[in-house]
Design a protein around this ligand. Structure first.
Ligand SMILES: Cc1cc2nc3c(=O)[nH]c(=O)nc-3n(C[C@H](O)[C@H](O)[C@H](O)COP(=O)(O)OP(=O)(O)OC[C@H]3O[C@@H](n4cnc5c(N)ncnc54)[C@H](O)[C@@H]3O)c2cc1C
Length: 301
């Protein structure tokens, strides 16, 4: 049966959109491969009334609530292709054939690609962190590292300085300009030049940042701005317009989260430069409203 909408990605954005469509009694299928971006962290923070709850638990609760709506279907799996035009999309799901839908929401999130430094990836979401607003409070002050990966890393270090005593490891990136150096000094950020060779376990549960020159520094946490990449290539194959941001490429959307392709919407980290659970949930709600309004005012209603 043709669905009113298919949502690729059952994360925070996708499920938020699903509530809107389910409550409008629309037939919606959510395809999800079960790997939300924050799955590496045991707790989520800064989410209204849910501070400290795990992201996976929040999503499991939402899925359980949505399952109670008779027009909602969940498909566990990977959407590998999508084609068609408004009112007639076909979405291929590995092991599940093809699903037909009038509208399509891309809510598949982004992938964080970390620098290839031994010891970094296995600590991601635990002591190697992406955002001080999400996880900075729990560090409780003390020595904190910021690993430069990007020209904006110096700015990140000046922000993180509100959470502890920050060392910016330049990791052989070009030294910041004079104005930035002055700002780093004003924010009490120390600069540590030289390539980082490895992240190890230090004393008292700290991380040890080892430089190629042999020097080591123990810190309580290390912030790293990962390289952000859209997941999969469905948006590109449909011809959706992309835009560059300092964080990487994202999908271009309008105020109701419609992409440049009629009938295709995008919400979540894949369509905003900085995402967190609250912001992407709001985007999902907006996309749900946008899709519903667009379904209401077209021929099939
Ligand atoms: C380590 C870490 C910790 C974080 N902690 C916090 C925090 O404490 N508080 C906070 O507010 N924010 C936090 N964030 C940010 C937050 O996780 C993201 O903003 C949020 O997950 C984005 O939601 P989304 O719905 O866009 O994507 P996601 O949550 O990543 O969900 C996307 C979903 O789409 C699925 N998917 C992808 N491709 C396909 C496909 N082709 N077919 C089917 N399914 C697909 C994935 O499996 C996934 O389930 C954290 C991020 C990281 C990296």
């Amino acid at each position: 049966m043709q669905q009113d909408a298919v949502i690729i990605g059952g994360g925070f954005a996708g499920l938020s959109a699903a509530y809107i469509l389910a409550r409008a009694r629309r037939h919606v299928t959510i395809i999800d491969s079960g790997t939300p971006r924050n799955r590496f962290a045991a707790h989520s923070h800064g989410v209204l009334a849910l501070d400290g709850k795990s992201g996976l638990e929040i999503l499991a609760d939402a899925r359980a609530q949505l399952t109670a709506y008779p027009t909602v279907t969940f498909v566990e799996g990977e959407a590998h292709a999508a084609e068609g035009t408004i009112d007639d999309f076909h979405i291929g799901v590995t092991g599940h054939g093809s699903i037909a839908a009038r509208r399509l929401l891309l809510a598949s999130g982004i992938e964080d690609r970390l620098p290839d430094i031994p010891g970094l990836a296995e600590r991601w979401g635990k002591t190697v962190l992406h955002c001080p607003y999400c996880h900075g409070y729990e560090i409780g002050g003390g020595p904190i590292g910021v690993l430069a990966t990007h020209p904006m890393s110096a700015h990140q270090a000046t922000v993180v300085a509100d959470w502890g005593d920050v060392t910016l490891f330049t990791n052989a990136m070009p030294e910041p300009d004079e104005a930035t150096l002055a700002l780093l000094e004003r924010r009490n950020v120390s600069l540590q030049p030289g390539a980082v060779s490895m992240i190890e376990t230090g004393t008292c549960d700290r991380l040890r940042v080892r430089l190629e020159n042999g020097r080591t520094f123990d810190v309580k946490a290390l912030f790293v701005a990962a390289d952000l990449h859209l997941r999969g290539t469905i948006a590109q194959s449909l011809g959706c317009e992309l835009q560059d941001t300092p964080a990487g490429k994202i999908l271009t959307t309008d105020a109701i989260k419609a992409t440049s392709i009629p009938g295709v919407y995008a919400a979540g980290d894949n369509a905003r430069a900085f995402g967190n659970i609250t912001l992407v949930s709001a985007d999902g709600v907006m996309a749900g409203l946008g899709m519903h309004q667009s379904l209401m005012f077209t021929a099939h209603s």
